[in-house]
Design a protein around this ligand. Structure first.
Ligand code: FES
Length: 142
């Protein structure tokens, strides 16, 4: 084998062996919320029962599903869970226990427990989540 042929074969071999590495490096790998799932039909942990029971509210700003405000106690039959960002201009809403509604401190919009607008200027409902207790965790699902 001539020296030039040998070098060509070695070069081709190196190129072929590095191809899988180059393909893997170029493929897109992003973590989806599903990747962090609890494995139970899309339920995502947003906090602990102890945190929720302390005040009857649990705010998870950076949960796998985004910002979530859970209202209730672990013994309650149905927990309320919403995205607390007001649909008007994004201020965080607060829970009004006496009125059983969410109120926005910025421009006084009000939202029902199912997220519906009770009073503007907001004209879109808050996003809601199903919520439940799973062991000592509070989990939500879109
Ligand atoms: S940001 Fe909530 S009412 Fe304007």
């Amino acid at each position: 084998m001539k020296r030039r042929d040998f070098i060509n074969w070695v070069g081709l071999g190196l190129l072929a062996s590095s191809l899988p590495v180059a393909i893997a490096a170029c493929s897109q790998q992003t973590a989806t919320p599903e990747a962090k799932s609890t494995g139970d039909g899309g339920w995502q942990k947003v906090g602990s029962v102890a945190e929720l029971d302390k005040s009857g509210q649990l705010l998870a700003k950076d949960s796998p599903v985004g910002a979530v405000l859970v209202i209730g106690k672990s013994q309650a039959a149905n927990l309320i869970a919403v995205n607390p960002n007001c649909t008007h201009k994004g201020c965080p809403v607060t829970w009004n226990e006496a009125g059983k509604k969410f109120t926005c401190p910025c421009h006084d919009s009000e939202f029902a427990t199912d997220g519906k607008v009770l009073k503007g200027p907001a004209d879109k409902p808050l996003k809601t989540y199903a919520a439940k207790i799973e062991g000592d965790s509070v989990v939500v699902k879109s």
